[in-house]
Design a protein around this ligand. Sequence first.
Ligand code: S3P
Length: 472
Amino acid sequence: MSETLEHQGPATLSADLLVTGGRTARPGGPTAVRVPGDKSVSHRALLAALLPGALDAAGRLTVRNANLGGAVRALLPALHALGLRVDADGDALLVRPDAPVPQPVHPHPALTGGPGGVPYLWTAGSSAAARLLVGVLAGTGTAAVVDGDEVLRHRPMDWLVEPLIEMGARIDYLGDPGRLPVLVHGPVHRPGTVRLTVGSAQARSAVLLAAAAARLPMTIRHPVSSRDHTERMLAAFGAGITESPGELRYDGGACTVPAELDVPADPSLAAYPVAAHLLWGDGGELSVPGVCLNPTRLGFFDVLRRAGADIGYRDRTVTGGGEPVGTVVARGGLDAVTAVRVERPAELHALIDEVPLLAVVAARLPGTSWIGCAEELRFKETDRLETTARMARAFGARIEVESDGLRITGGAPLRAASVPGFEDHRVAMAAATLATSLPGRTTVLGGACHRTSFPDFADVQRAIGARMAEDI
Ligand code: S3P
């Protein structure tokens, strides 16, 4: 079972996604659709198994409703190399100790004659897997090489490696400075204060996980509030964490990882059916239950609500992991919705993965929309400011890229087209979602890369009336 879960396969180009505009049937009444578990919470829940004292008396951690997209699967070979196997058990993942399974070292000049004898942890293209893993290893003092594919090797690691080094960790760049692969070979041990230079939640989480694993009292200064799943999870485990604007304090106290963790549905994935429903605008109510309603994740819905969209939240409750959960409800369409403006860094971070989707929705709104404070988008799987603009222009949208954001002038006639997906799941899913509302047939080149975060994206969109299939 774990073999199937861990299978990464070679890095190949994804199949195209074919979308025919229009809805198969106008919704007579309310429609409900479910989306997979949250990617960020899934990464953190699985990594909790590496924290000191994790795994119950029977030696198990059960993670329910985990996201099983490529980005979360990317963590599994690394866990196995560290002596933890992960098996599917119904809709849950079971994490248990097992003999460490060595990972093949990828041929890379930086590793020739490099460190021998330490586990080689391959995280494919997942920045969250790589960055959070580096943090946990630096906290537990586990020596290992962390590496990833060519795309990931171009993404910044210094955002977290430099503060971890300040905290006393020994981490060496084995390739280009500031990038993967890195060798982690000494634990953090200096309590005190570190200052982060970016709003990246992955960077802050890596530092916090290192401190918590090492029980090192730390103050972490950071420029922007972004998703706080690590803080909530560790606090729910009993760690002493206090937050004030721009600052996070961990008191060095112990935390206890429970035997079971629940992952709420992913708000970033709920955004796609909600957007399709609003783009059709043909009536009815769409609800997505069990969604993580953590305010640091709701920017897409909140910005559209502020612009006049009928989106609401109901059935609110809180999970054991400290995450608010509820149903997202969308009614009507975009008729009364005005241009959107994102002008505060925290708001941008609350929709950081939805920028391509918000941009294509904005192309259907009157007036000029602005999505700003988005310079970190240049360091995603692609330079997402550029790839979003190129994808949207292929539909006929008027969109300008500025150094820190996107300016979208609504009202340009949009048409079905052959559009690039850039092997970037968020860009491809945004394109396919816009295409559901345009007459004619759109091909999203490489669109099946949605599997990175949303394996059943096309099924979910079809369930609410989209006509969407992979080109086989
Ligand atoms: C994530 C944080 C964000 C987000 C990514 C997941 C996380 O990245 O874009 O999809 O799990 O913490 P950054 O921290 O780089 O902004």
